[in-house]
Design a protein around this ligand. Structure first.
Ligand SMILES: [Zn+2]
Length: 455
């Protein structure tokens, strides 16, 4: 193992300095102990402790630290924060507002007075991202370095404030306000609890020629239904299950796009409503999250924790020995799931299959799997059976992907064996003929050598 991690430690030392002194070596070893492959562990450490990754607004996502951003102050306000009872310091002032660059705008908060006001361009180093009320907040802390920079590095205020229409693929978790033209693919009314009160919301899915995103409308949308093509101005982005969701509020302007104008768009309802064509895992890996995407590959391993599990009836957490870590002793509910690594030669990702998909792929219902469990002395009998059954299988999956600290996690909503699927076979053929096959194989061997394969 040491031979495999030594080059990563050297690289980390070059990037971050003395690993022992900063405690980073310990962090790295903790990840290795959790069987995180060394290259993934290195990336994760670099993300967490790397010095000042220079980013644009569109690249901001949860859990980033030590980042550098140059933005124009679009809005700025201040509030006094009363110190906690008995605190030595304070009162504090918190400065909040919106920063923008040519890729988007983001909410910020600062514990420091800024060296500029509305309209000025500032450069911030050592900033971090906080998620507050499901929104990305660019946070300027006491350790951050803020300086005013030349006005000419960014487009003028007037250009940045009239937010330009974005394609769905370009909408990121950080976007403070977006304009877009989309068609409504799915739409339904729901009752939700907001601060203890019932509220009626509309939820659904938008699509354009670049992709799909979920949306929530907190207002009525008269005249708008599935198939409508609409223009949205000033929608907010919130994070929902790790991916951006478009929120339509009372301040958002929504209007129908007329048939004349709709003809000039690069999509129609029919084209946008087509099932997604499988893409390479490499491409999925290059994005923070993708909503409703498909991929095909081979199951290279079935992870422990697959098979029959028990959940807390209150919070659905997986529990051990009838004890939920939040609700204590509970009457657990049986469930079945698979966590598998799918690999298509360009990359690999962890795919979670919920019970209904497990039942259809595995060909056994939860009850039948329970029978198997009770008939055997080994408590891992279902997991072992799933491993034998699934490992090496060629599978297509459709669902949502989001990137966490340990790589992509993909939650499948559909899964099928793609033997008669022409599109899938074409993709597979292209992959085999593709020039990057060698590359892919290299990565394969690295992944399995790095500890993803479990004995
Ligand atoms: Zn619980």
């Amino acid at each position: 193992m040491d031979e495999k991690i030594a080059p990563h430690l050297e690289e980390l030392t070059r990037a971050l300095g003395d690993l022992e002194k900063t405690g980073i070596r310990g962090e790295f070893e903790k990840l290795i102990a959790f069987r995180v492959p060394p290259d993934v562990a290195k990336e994760s450490i670099l993300r967490k402790f790397g010095r000042n990754r220079v980013l644009k607004v569109k690249d901001l996502s949860a859990n980033l630290r030590n980042l550098e951003l140059t933005g124009r102050i679009m809005d700025l306000g201040e509030k006094s924060i009363r110190p906690r009872e008995g605190a030595q310091e304070g009162p504090y002032k918190l400065y909040t507002g919106v920063l923008a660059d040519e890729t988007g705008s983001v909410l910020f908060s600062s514990w420091k007075e800024l060296p500029g006001s509305i309209g000025d361009v500032i450069n911030v180093k050592n900033a971090y991202i906080r998620v507050w009320q499901n929104r990305i907040n660019f946070s300027i802390g006491k350790q951050s370095l803020v300086s005013k920079v030349s006005d000419s590095v960014l487009p003028p205020l007037s250009e940045l404030s009239g937010s330009q229409p974005k394609k769905l693929i370009d909408i990121g978790n950080a976007d403070f306000s977006v304009d877009t033209v989309v068609c409504v693919l799915q739409l339904s009314h729901r009752e939700v609890l907001v601060k203890g009160r019932q509220a009626r919301v509309i939820t659904g899915v938008f699509a354009d020629e670049t992709g799909r995103l979920p949306f929530t409308a907190w207002i009525e949308l008269p005249g708008i239904d599935i198939g409508s093509i609409i223009r949205i101005k000033g929608a907010q982005v919130r994070i929902f299950r790790g991916m951006p969701s478009v929120n339509i509020l009372s301040s958002t302007k929504v209007s129908l796009v007329g048939p004349e104008e709709a003809r000039k768009l690069a999509f129609t309802f029919e084209s946008a409503a087509k099932d997604p064509i499988p893409i390479k895992i490499e491409e999925i890996d290059s994005r923070d999250s993708i909503f409703d995407v498909a991929a095909v590959g081979n199951v290279v391993s079935v992870r422990p924790g697959s098979g029959i599990i028990t959940r807390c009836p209150e919070c659905s957490r997986v529990i051990q020995k009838g004890n939920c870590r939040v609700h204590g002793k509970v009457e657990g509910m049986r469930d079945m799931r698979i966590k598998a690594i799918l690999d298509d030669g360009t990359g690999s990702m962890s795919v979670m299959f919920p019970r209904d998909l497990v039942e259809s792929i595995y060909g056994k219902t939860l009850e039948e799997a329970e029978q198997l469990m009770f008939s055997d002395v080994s408590k891992d009998v279902v997991y072992e059976d799933l491993r034998r059954f699934l490992t090496g299988r060629y599978l297509a999956v459709r669902g949502n992907s989001s990137k966490g600290e340990y790589g992509i996690s993909f939650v499948a909503e559909k899964a099928w064996v793609p033997d008669n699927d022409l599109e899938v076979r074409v993709v597979e053929l292209l992959r085999r003929l593709g020039p990057d096959e060698e590359d892919g194989q290299d990565r394969n061997s690295q992944v399995s050598g790095g500890g993803i394969e479990l004995a």
